[in-house]
Design a protein around this ligand. Structure first.
Ligand code: AMP
Ligand code: MG
Length: 338
């Protein structure tokens, strides 16, 4: 079975092709980078509409398949920015209708987890997903991926990007902050906000910006911002792994590229006897392959959606999605054993 997957929830339009035996045949993505300021949803959607034909063609040609040969079109229906989701859904519906292929609804966050498991060869991990738009600590339990912690306001990547922009650094700012943080010499106390299992970055961002205006050294601020923000994520991840007793910890999303965050989460994993894995950037960023692969898993369970019901879901939560393909091997093992 071959599935074409389309990603379009925010800044990236991507097409991927995955096979039922877990081979990624193509992963072609185009990211919208604003000239200045943050992502404007309508501008991003315009970018997606412009690049869609060439990205699709390029993915199919990389995979060496004609669209007639694919068995379904998987589309990320949410969560994400309305105009971007609509553009992607329009492309997917048009392809599904014209080529008479089933349409497979995919949740973007589920897809981040599934591709992380595939690429890192993990079975049942605790996943730390930190990107420009999401901050979620999740693991499988009872038929769904459950959220063991998330941001109450802005995402970790967004916090870093906004701070970087105000400091005059290029977009996206995460990598620049990481570099400057290495030159940090003095820790500047900043608000550390963990509420129950959730984190909040907006107060931290405001305080860091205030310190910037007050003339604190940028390197020290980058260092302190990273230490505080990453410690918050680690605290929540640590309680989650202690509670769930998962034996694998996977780090994904754009912010996964950060060496300091990797180092801190690796220590958490080791402390709890879990292996630690970082998803390579190609599959940690938003990408078409993750939608294609999750499409394969869903299609195997007959999960498709009629075109007329394929509404976008800008606020579609990770823990609202049944994932019947997870835990199958355990069920099979139990049945075999009995
Ligand atoms: P995504 O939304 O998954 O495409 O990830 C983009 C986010 O990852 C942006 O907020 C970037 O600033 C952030 N990012 C990328 N590389 C790094 C890094 N080395 N350190 C921190 N954040 C990063
Ligand atoms: Mg994402």
């Amino acid at each position: 079975m071959l599935i074409l997957g389309i990603e379009c929830t925010a800044h990236t339009f991507g097409c991927g092709v995955a096979s039922s035996d877990g081979e990624i045949l193509a992963n072609v993505n185009s990211e919208y980078i604003p000239d200045k300021g943050g992502i404007h949803p309508r501008e991003a959607a315009r970018h997606h509409a412009n690049v869609a034909p060439s990205i699709l063609k390029s993915a199919l040609s990389k995979a060496g398949v004609e669209i007639e040969a694919v068995n379904g079109i998987a589309i990320s229906l949410g969560p994400g920015l309305g105009p971007c989701l609509r553009t992607g859904a329009t492309v997917a519906r048009a392809l599904a209708a014209y080529f008479e292929k089933p349409l497979i609804p995919v949740n973007h966050c589920v897809a981040h987890i599934e591709i992380a498991k595939l690429i890192c060869d993990a079975e049942d991990p605790l996943v730390v997903y930190v990107s420009g738009g999401n901050t979620i600590i999740a693991a499988y339990a009872g038929g769904r991926y459950r959220v063991f912690g998330e941001t109450l306001d802005i995402a970790l990547g967004n916090c870093l990007d906004v701070f970087a922009r105000r400091a005059g650094l290029p977009h996206p700012g995460g990598p620049y902050i990481e570099k400057l943080a290495r030159e940090g010499e003095r820790f500047i106390p900043l608000p550390y906000v963990v509420k129950g299992q959730d984190v909040s970055f907006s107060g931290l961002l405001t305080a860091a910006l205030k310190k910037l205006d007050e003339g604190e050294r940028l390197e020290d601020l980058c260092y302190s911002l990273q230490e505080v923000a990453f410690s918050m994520v680690c605290e929540v991840a640590e309680r989650a792994i202690a509670h769930t007793m998962k034996k694998e910890l996977l780090l994904t999303g754009g912010v996964a590229a950060n060496r300091r965050l990797q180092e801190m989460l690796k220590a958490v994993a080791e402390e709890h006897g879990a292996t630690f894995g970082v998803v390579p950037h190609e599959y940690a960023r938003d990408n078409g392959a993750m939608i294609a692969w999750t499409g394969v898993l869903a299609m195997k369970h007959g999960i498709t959606i009629p075109l007329e019901e394929s509404f976008i879901k800008p606020r579609w939560r990770l823990d609202a999605v049944d994932v019947p393909w997870v835990g199958e091997s355990e069920v099979a093992a139990i049945e075999e054993g009995s």
